[in-house]
Design a protein around this ligand. Sequence first.
Ligand SMILES: NC(=O)c1ccc[n+]([C@@H]2O[C@H](COP(=O)([O-])OP(=O)(O)OC[C@H]3O[C@@H](n4cnc5c(N)ncnc54)[C@H](OP(=O)(O)O)[C@@H]3O)[C@@H](O)[C@H]2O)c1
Length: 246
Amino acid sequence: MKLKDKVAIVTGATSGMGRATAVLFAREGAKVVVVGRNEKRAKEVVDQINNEGNEAIYVIADMLNLDDVKNIFTQTIEKFGTVDILFNNAGMLSITPLQELSIEEWENTFKVNVTAPLLLAQLVAPIMKEKGKGVIINTSSVAGAHAHHGMAAYVSSKHALCGLTKSMAWELGPEIRVNAILPGAIVTAMLESVGGEDAVIHLKEGSPLKRVGASEEIATAALFLASDDSSFVTGQLIRVDGGIDI
Ligand SMILES: NC(=O)c1ccc[n+]([C@@H]2O[C@H](COP(=O)([O-])OP(=O)(O)OC[C@H]3O[C@@H](n4cnc5c(N)ncnc54)[C@H](OP(=O)(O)O)[C@@H]3O)[C@@H](O)[C@H]2O)c1
């Protein structure tokens, strides 16, 4: 097992790629803190992990509320006493043309996609530094590398998260490795909310693999980055996108 006895916080774990990652991390021996807003789905994920004989708790948190974000850390330490892996995966999509974008939507997108990952990293870093080891993984997007039309807040926030990943890698090393995953189109509730596979047909056709991805294909990338298999990898923006834009 690659994560035996590690404690992992996974945000956005009630759905999609976060859920797949929480389940995989638990199968690899981690005690997982499942974070999301939807309590019913949070319980389902914890039940699934427990039914497989593995350990997990859930913490309900809205990333728009910084007290909720702090509570994720508090609950983790209360229950497990430490933290080894932070997967900042919760994300807010914003599909609003530039001229119609309100400052509130802009700020909320940044709160969920950038500020919450920063605050969680600030909270876990002292513990990881003291242990001499820790891993932080941030879910950015291919929209963190290229602009997509009509998504200025999302594109800007995911670009910012890439910059934050590199800054974290510099300032939190050598004890803590920090990397980002940049998913392409992955079949999840978020993709469905923009029209599913049909809406991203150009991404499919523009990729050598000619398909969209599955959440499990992000989970395996996250496992690589969370485990010692990636012990010499930090500050990297790892695209898991079927090869679009190569
Ligand atoms: N799917 C794609 O094609 C794609 C591509 C590139 C990047 N991404 C990124 O991948 C990450 C995971 O998305 P997904 O595709 O797996 O989507 P998803 O299935 O819709 O899951 C999104 C997760 O984020 C959580 N979340 C959203 N807003 C939140 C908030 N304000 N506070 C707390 N939790 C919040 C949701 O929790 P609740 O449901 O419990 O509220 C859910 O667990 C996101 O960062 C997204 O931007 C997705």
